[in-house]
Write a protein that binds this ligand. Sequence first.
Ligand SMILES: Cc1cc2nc3c(=O)[nH]c(=O)nc-3n(C[C@H](O)[C@H](O)[C@H](O)COP(=O)(O)O)c2cc1C
Length: 362
Amino acid sequence: MQSLFNELTFSNGVKAKNKFLLAPLTNMQSPDSGKLSEDEFHWLVKRAEGGFGLIMTCAMPVLNSGIGWDGQLCIYDSDQENGHKRLNKSLHDLGSLSIAQIFHAGMRADSRYVSEKVGPSYHQETATKEMSILEVQELKTAFVDCAVRAERCGYHGVEIHAAHGYLIGQFLSKDTNKRSDKYGGSLENRTRILFEILEEIGQETNEDFLIGVRLSPERFGLDISEMIILYKNLCQKTNIHFIDLSLWDSFKLLDSAAYKGKSLLKIFSEIKRKGKKLTVAGKIFSYEDIEILEKNKVDFFCLGRAAILDHQFPKRLKEMGYNFDAYSAPVSRNHLSSEGLSEKFIDYMSTWKNFVEKNNDL
Ligand SMILES: Cc1cc2nc3c(=O)[nH]c(=O)nc-3n(C[C@H](O)[C@H](O)[C@H](O)COP(=O)(O)O)c2cc1C
């Protein structure tokens, strides 16, 4: 148990005070300007107060053409900087590291905000236009600019969101990437955009700035065998500091023919990482869950729904030790309100199955 509260040291020497990461969580609480709202500030700072050693923002678009939904916090414009600076000051005063998650929704952009959707290739059903080579270069520049802005605003690092079928994931997938130039075709070509972004961010930011990647190892049009190769290449051929595997269920056994009965977690956690730290997300709700992950060489633990339910998950676990009693969903609106969620965020959580009690008491 104590090891969870020991420092986590990344390969560039940056240290987190413990091994608890607040997952990137879209919370729909910011205004259309993309500037940080009081509600989003409050929600994140409360998790730092509750003992999370690392706090990650929600997915933030690197261009306005990448807005994926309502109420999204953004970082593509200098007008948006002040809110981030204020947030970071408060998170750092509480001893937490802060990480900005940056992304582009691509063909999954929200047409209320984005007049022309772009993707690696033309896609009829979503009315997505194929990006020109120039637009691919602009996308890369936008990721790098946002990482530099994140550093200027005080974040300790960035995570490139390459998971969940958004634009970088659309480049990775054979289903959505039909390009015939150097960004399409072979796996090397489909992953090129990601490696180029990582390399340039590494060149444009300081050594003590953390760089990480979030990957979906399967689903979202991805082939697990290819994702294993990508993961190995990220470990062996880049200078990034961490990989965040979005497993959705950290304890899942695969049922596809080639991997039948194998643990999704083990397939990745047993691969040599050359100093990169591994975090995973998906159904981590209890101390017992974390213990299994720790035994499987996971370095730090990315909590989504458990952190929404309990802003003090790390603090209470430390105090209660083996008697820790995690909250479990569904919970009342009152409970979520006392955990620092605004009405808007609670409404959003009501769209997640069995999370908010139907007979609400507010
Ligand atoms: C309300 C909600 C919002 C989410 N928003 C994001 C997001 O902005 N970026 C992202 O990479 N994943 C997002 N996810 C996925 C989580 O980061 C996490 O991987 C997932 O919830 C599984 O972890 P959990 O079982 O601990 O909730 C979201 C999940 C939830 C429940």
